[in-house]
Design a protein. Structure first.
Length: 254
């Protein structure tokens, strides 16, 4: 009978531990939980980190799952849960809005784009699956920070760079905005991340009413906004898309 490879078993155990516990774990936590010597655990983590399966937070030294797992799990995402449920609805949103559509999930101190539908015109565009958007300035980031306490914690711990003259970096001011976002159910970004670009986003909840992602549109300010405010019909379209994805995930109507 073929024997299991112990190093692979231990690496798999590390990944499962990082996936199932706190968002980040230290070396001692991982070694203790798995009954490994610190040197052994560090060697496994170092290898996983070099391959992109694990990432280490520069400030705390703690470890978390890496984005490379998203790339390898693409086939899984295509047939399961959030991205699979969102595919038809995000396509419809791109057609109805005429703008690019993004589906993002919380990752580290930002939002990882897991699905991107191009703006339905003949312009040259770059696929941004795997790109990161900031929590403090992008519409998808702000809506997650408003509805997800974990995202709000990540935002507090992250550097908040002033990307344009309109970027809000004060945590107190952002918290006031999050109150408004929760009350109305959507977030906007009017030239706060990129000059000349605006965005609208809404949260996607699962059957437990937990925000598992955000869907949003991004486009030129003159198309997305009127008199400096997001167009009402685009806000409604984004919110309808988010609700449709949530329903497909099992969320009750709200």
């Amino acid at each position: 009978m073929a024997r299991n490879i112990q190093s692979l078993e231990r690496a798999a155990a590390v990944l499962r531990l990082l996936a199932g516990g706190e968002r980040r774990l230290g070396l001692s936590d991982i070694a203790s939980a798995l009954g490994l010597a610190k040197g052994t655990a560090h060697g496994i983590l170092r290898t996983l980190q070099l391959e992109g399966f694990v990432e280490q937070d520069a400030a705390s030294g703690r470890y978390q799952l890496g984005a490379e797992l998203l790339r390898l799990g693409g086939s899984y995402l295509d047939v399961h849960e959030l991205r699979a449920r969102a595919l038809p609805w995000t396509d419809d949103l791109a057609r109805s809005s005429g703008e690019a559509v993004y589906l993002g999930v919380l990752h580290q101190h930002g939002v990882l784009i897991v699905h991107h539908v191009f703006r339905p015109d003949d312009s040259r565009q770059v696929l941004e699956i795997g790109a990161m958007q900031p929590l403090h300035s992008s519409a998808v980031g702000k809506v997650l920070a408003a509805f997800d306490p974990v995202a709000r914690g990540e935002l507090a711990a992250a550097p908040r760079e002033a990307l344009t003259p309109f970027t809000v970096t004060s945590l107190g001011e952002l918290d006031k905005e999050f109150d408004v976002i929760r009350a109305r159910g959507w977030a906007s970004d009017v030239e706060e991340t990129w000059e000349g670009v605006a965005g609208i986003a809404a949260p996607v909840h699962d059957r437990r009413r937990i925000p598992v992602g955000a869907v949003g549109i991004t486009g030129a300010v003159e198309r997305v906004c009127v008199s400096g405010e997001p167009r009402a019909e685009l806000v409604a379209a984004v919110r309808d898309c988010a609700r449709a994805v949530a329903r497909d995930l099992g969320a009750r109507p709200f």
